[in-house]
Design a protein around this ligand. Structure first.
Ligand code: FAD
Length: 401
């Protein structure tokens, strides 16, 4: 097939990494086409946390005030209720950033915002409902993307293809990039429960009786993540909904009377948690970033921000060679070398947290908060340090394009 379209950079996937990279490259004058397989950004399983590092990027782009005009909630500290006792785990209010809080905003609002800002540049094209189904290659170099649209198959020729298509990326599979899996002992059940105005604000994690429940405030409802041992969902279903509902109420008693809203297992989605990374993020003509290059766990709510930092680093390193048509495989490898240490260290932290969570899931009785937690959370500066890690990440990037 002769490619019907030609672009400089074809981005597969309109998630946080893809839309941010598309926006930044288009802003630098590079012709960019972003492909998103869904017709809209409205999907429930996406995380909702926009951290201070991302808000700082928006400030650098001159977009922060406009962004914060969208409906959102702000949290400056995150607490965990462990065995009925409240522990303040992190505090971002001291950070040297313009916005000293985490903005909780449905991710579709964030993506729509960036996509609308991108559309202001004539070099930005976003194709919704276009699914990448393969790559085209010539002499060992990726030269474009094969796409399925509602009107039929298409081919797009590109100087470079960037895979931002998440943990089940076609880009890494079709690009024959090796995935290194790291075993994960937990999964997440994803459900909604209505929220009342007087419900606790900052308490995010409820940990007791061998269970962990995360509540994300989405205004009139909580997006709930209920952590389970990997493979346990069929056994939980077999024990029945009433036991499941009672378990939720035991963890967060203020939810009493509302768990009946989960009236069938249809309202409970199983999301498999993965941690993995590619041994190389690129080959000639192809680069993967975000979850496509390194799937992140939901622990710490840091995956979106890591994906966005990857996008900023990629734009900083690639905009100039793309604009001047001088891009080399070395430029693509530079993105990996720039980001890999921060990504792998963050994944190691998540793996450590998984082990701790798995240990908790195996202790069904009432949980006594561990002594080390009492000590650690009283160390002066602990919450600030944790807040810096969660809020800024290990290697915050800055707009250089
Ligand atoms: C249950 C769960 C909860 C999480 N909660 C949080 C949280 O609260 N905060 C946080 O920071 N992180 C969270 N994470 C991690 C976070 O979701 C990811 O790290 C982050 O979304 C990665 O962004 P991305 O842009 O790389 O990929 P994604 O967000 O996965 O985006 C990929 C995009 O590519 C599109 N796509 C896929 N294949 C194709 C194709 N073939 N053609 C075209 N388009 C395609 C998809 O539709 C999607 O829009 C969570 C993860 C899980 C599993």
């Amino acid at each position: 097939m002769v490619p019907a379209m030609k672009t400089t950079c074809c981005i597969i996937g309109g998630g946080p990494a893809g839309v941010m990279l598309g926006f930044l490259l288009a802003r630098s004058g590079v012709h960019v086409t972003v492909l998103e397989k869904h017709q809209d950004f409205f999907r429930d399983f996406r995380g909702d946390t926009i951290h201070p590092s991302t808000l700082e990027l928006l400030q650098e782009l001159g977009l922060l005030d406009k962004f914060l005009a969208l409906p959102h909630t702000r949290v400056s500290g995150l607490s965990a209720i462990i065995g009925g006792e409240t522990f303040c785990m992190s505090d971002v209010s001291h950070l040297r950033t313009t916005a000293k809080f985490i903005a909780l905003m449905p991710q579709w609002d964030f993506l729509n915002f960036l996509a609308l800002e991108g559309a202001k540049f004539p070099t930005f094209t976003l194709k919704m409902g276009w699914e990448a189904v393969g790559l085209t290659e010539q002499d060992g170099r990726v030269t474009g993307v094969r796409v399925m649209t509602h009107e039929g198959p298409e081919e797009i020729a590109a100087d470079v293809v960037v895979g931002c298509d998440g943990r089940h990326a076609i880009s890494r599979e079709a690009g024959h990039l090796d995935v290194i899996e790291q075993g994960v002992p937990i999964d997440v059940l994803w459900l909604r429960i209505s929220r009342h105005a007087d419900d606790p604000e900052n308490a995010l994690g409820y940990i007791n009786y061998g269970h962990v429940l995360i509540l994300i405030n989405r205004g009139d409802y909580f997006q709930c993540g209920y952590l389970i041992a990997k493979g346990d969902f069929p056994a939980i279903q077999q024990r029945g909904l009433p036991e499941f509902q009672a378990g939720l109420e035991r963890l967060a008693p203020f939810l009493a009377g509302r768990t009946g809203e989960i009236d069938s297992w249809e309202s409970v989605k199983l999301l498999t948690v993965q941690i993995n990374h590619l041994s190389q993020w690129s080959r000639p003509g192809l680069l993967c970033i975000g979850d496509a290059a390194h799937a992140m766990s939901p622990v710490g709510g840091i995956g979106i921000n890591i994906a966005l930092q990857d996008a900023v680093a990629a734009a900083n390193l690639l905009a100039e060679p793309l604009r001047t048509c001088t891009l080399t495989p070395h430029d693509l490898r530079a993105v990996y070398h720039h980001r890999i240490r921060a990504v792998r260290r963050t994944q190691s932290f998540q793996a450590l947290a998984h082990r701790l969570i798995h240990h908790i899931l195996n202790r069904p009785g009432p949980l006594k908060p561990p002594f080390f937690l009492r000590v650690v959370t009283r160390i002066p500066g602990f919450q600030r340090l944790a807040g810096r890690f969660i809020g800024m990440g290990l290697q915050p990037e800055h707009i250089r394009t």
